[in-house]
Design a protein around this ligand. Structure first.
Ligand SMILES: CC(C)(COP(=O)(O)OP(=O)(O)OC[C@H]1O[C@@H](n2cnc3c(N)ncnc32)[C@H](O)[C@@H]1OP(=O)(O)O)[C@@H](O)C(=O)NCCC(=O)NCCS
Length: 392
């Protein structure tokens, strides 16, 4: 009898591996929902801290709960001095995502809740880690530029404090507000590559820090969170609107990808991109130089049309497309764009790890363990015969 051929779902596309109550992405409709709320209804109306609360505690906070939660976050922002000392010893040209990833298991050793196994301890760890990610990223940018890290300012929001720690200067309301909205939009996106990495590690009963370290590594890739940095590098390479046509033609003819276009789930525009776009334009106008916005828009229009012509199907902008020029207008170093994604997505990863550890919406085997399709040798119908070293 012929052996059963395994069903191959390469890349896990279309495979549902667990239930979740945290978020939903409806790719065909361009809908993103955090705990039942549409993100387009939240953006610009609520703060990143409110989103973190929503993701971790399953409901929006009232005024008092939010004030307490903001205070908790602010109190947890300082990173142990030993970690800053270790960062100062790292080569100054280390990639910021690598530095961030390296500090995550180091921070585990300073967490008083690490060895506790109840959900309240897990949530406290999540808040601590969420509070500290921004501090690490800002501190690294200063350290690598030969400057001292700036201590967090507890009166500021997570977004404003990040910009303050980066520049040693208080941001104005518009900049802090745009950064806040950016963080709100990046906080959660269901079972994407990095979240899946976090959940897979959590399914082994490893702790939050181990799971998050894996997630940061996953996010660093150019097909995932690394794309926003690549979008800006692409815009800088193109340089002017007049060169967009040639760039697009060349990239599609040589089998390359236009960064910031395409998505594994959305079959229409990513709803987050349409919120980020006017913010990029607004900062361009404020700077008196809309070149990076104009270039992005021209690339979107030309890229979509050329892709359709070449492949006979549509392609759409994703979240990384307009966040690139937005952060660039904020004066942020290009290689910090992906770490900014991480200082927001830490909220979603944490919620998923907690859901994995303490029960999701439906029972599943504890440990993730997919099958593989072995296509290597068997040396004929049987296994290969072992040949001792002196007979090979
Ligand atoms: C995100 C991404 C990996 C999703 O890809 P996907 O839905 O799995 O689609 P595939 O990678 O299978 O691509 C399908 C086809 O479209 C092409 N394609 C997809 N995105 C493309 C892009 N941005 N530019 C040019 N071609 C693209 C692929 O090359 C492939 O062509 P082929 O059928 O001739 O091999 C892909 O769109 C991409 O690489 N985008 C650029 C990176 C990016 O912005 N990442 C951030 C995602 S939020």
């Amino acid at each position: 009898m012929e052996a059963c051929k395994p069903v191959l779902n390469t890349g896990l596309r279309g495979v549902t591996i667990a239930s979740t109550k945290i978020s939903d992405v409806k790719g065909a409709e361009g809908k993103l929902v955090y705990r039942g709320y549409r993100v387009k209804d939240l953006a610009g109306k609520i703060s990143f801290e409110e989103v973190v609360y929503l993701l971790l505690f399953e409901q929006l906070p009232d005024k008092e709960a939010l004030a307490n939660f903001k205070q908790q976050i602010a109190e947890q922002r300082a990173v142990p001095e030993e970690i800053l000392t270790a960062m100062k010893a790292m080569p100054k040209d280390s990639l910021p995502m690598d530095v961030l990833q390296a500090t995550v298991p180091m921070m585990a050793n300073y967490d008083p809740d690490l060895r506790k196994t109840d959900i309240n301890s897990a949530t406290r760890m999540a808040v601590r880690l969420t509070a500290r990610f921004a501090t690490i990223v800002a501190a690294w940018d200063r350290i690598r530029n030969g400057k001292d890290p700036v201590a967090p300012e507890p009166r500021l929001s997570q977004a404003a404090n990040f910009l303050y720690m980066l520049n040693d200067e208080l941001p104005d309301d518009e900049l802090a507000g745009f950064m806040d909205t950016g963080l709100v939009l990046h906080a959660e996106h269901s079972f994407n590559a990095s979240t899946f990495a976090a959940r897979e590690v959590a399914s082994t009963k490893a702790h939050l820090y181990a799971a998050v370290a894996a997630a940061v590594g996953s996010l660093s890739g150019p097909l995932h969170g690394g794309a926003n940095t690549r979008v800006m590098q692409m815009l800088l390479e193109i340089g002017e609107v007049g060169k967009v046509d040639d760039y697009v033609t060349n990239i599609l003819d040589t089998g390359g990808v236009i960064m910031g276009l395409g998505h594994a789930v959305y079959q229409v525009d990513d709803p987050r991109a349409r919120i980020l776009e006017p913010m990029s334009l607004s900062l361009g106008k404020r700077a008196g130089d809309t070149r990076w916005y104009d270039l992005s828009k021209a690339l979107e229009v030309k890229g979509k049309a050329a892709f359709k012509k070449k492949k006979g199907k549509d392609i759409f902008v994703n979240v990384d497309f307009y966040s690139a020029s937005l952060y660039y207008y904020m004066g942020i170093a290009v290689d910090l764009f992906s770490p900014i994604f991480a200082i927001s997505r830490i909220a979603g990863w944490s919620a998923h790890v907690i859901e994995e550890q303490f029960g999701g919406a439906a029972a599943k085997p504890t440990l993730y363990r997919p099958e593989s399709d072995y296509v290597g040798d068997y040396c004929g119908p049987d296994e290969c015969q072992f040949v001792p070293m002196d007979e090979r």
